[in-house]
Design a binder for this molecule. Structure first.
Ligand SMILES: [Zn+2]
Length: 272
């Protein structure tokens, strides 16, 4: 005998519609947990030596919604072909990080510990007096020893970048990215400094390599101007690279400052 039942085909969509209304409360977190975990890659764009071309670089970065890390030698600000303190302030106000790079760009491994202390601490102190939030350091020439690392720590830094240690043509056995947190925060690794011979495809390859494992990949730029020295890259090449890098966001690759990537508070200067 046929009973008058509510047709199944009619109530299923009604239940689904009701579920759709209620589910969003808890569903996104669950969906995220179920999705395959993508390795997260953080690219840090570092620009060393307080070069005068970095004012234009900061604007290029902003155009792409990126913030860079500018490692400056406080005692050389205002010198020929260097940023002025006012230009540095403009870069900081736009949201970029200002980091220390010693007073005079001296090779720390050739200094006595108290000279290292002057170069690292007094530089940080000078930049902080200018109002900058200085939490990371880059060793000039990437040259560092155990004393310099200890000094960087005692001067109130949270981390310091070296040059090298990440996989590229001259170090095929190196890891493709720095770990997060870094294995040694007083020796945060990077590929070698870019030179005028570095091609955009090589810059891209470093990021692609890092994306395979995820982690931190600091890139080291110096001057940004056409044909202006060994440690320089043309504005056209940097622009092309930044445009491509922005598109990697869809792969989970993001650009941060070193301070953002490392984290940690602004530590006060030591007394004396
Ligand atoms: Zn330098």
């Amino acid at each position: 005998m046929k009973t008058a039942t509510f047709p199944r085909a009619a109530w299923i969509p009604a239940v689904l519609a009701l579920a759709a209304l209620l589910l969003p409360l808890g569903a996104p977190a669950r969906a995220e947990a179920l999705a395959p975990k993508k390795p997260r890659t953080i690219v840090v764009l570092t620009f060393d030596d307080g070069d005068a071309t970095h004012l234009a670089v900061a604007r290029m970065l902003q155009k792409h919604g990126m913030r860079g890390t500018f490692y400056v030698n406080s005692a050389t600000l205002g010198d020929e072909e260097k940023l002025t303190t006012r230009q540095l302030a403009a870069i900081a106000e736009a949201g970029h990080e200002i980091g220390g790079h010693t007073l005079n760009h001296t090779r720390l491994t050739e200094l006595l510990p108290d000279q290292q202390r002057t170069q690292i601490c007094d530089d940080r102190r000078a930049l902080m007096k200018m109002g900058h939030r200085v939490t990371t350091l880059a060793y000039p020439f990437g040259s560092v020893d155990a004393d310099a690392k200890r000094t960087a720590k005692s001067c109130g830094y949270n981390a310091a970048r070296v040059v090298g240690g990440i996989r590229q043509w001259n170090c095929p056995a190196c890891p493709p990215a720095e770990s997060l947190p870094p294995a040694d925060r007083w020796g945060v690794r990077s590929p070698g400094s870019f030179t005028e011979e570095t091609q955009v495809r090589q810059m891209k390859q470093l990021v692609l390599n890092a994306e395979k494992t995820g982690g931190l990949i600091p890139l080291v730029f110096h001057r940004v101007c056409a044909g202006c020295g060994w440690y320089s890259n043309s504005p056209e090449d940097v622009e092309e690279f930044l445009g491509w890098l922005a598109s990697r966001k869809s792969r989970g690759t993001v650009v941060k400052t070193m301070a953002e990537a490392i984290g940690g508070p602004l530590r006060p200067m030591p007394k004396g």
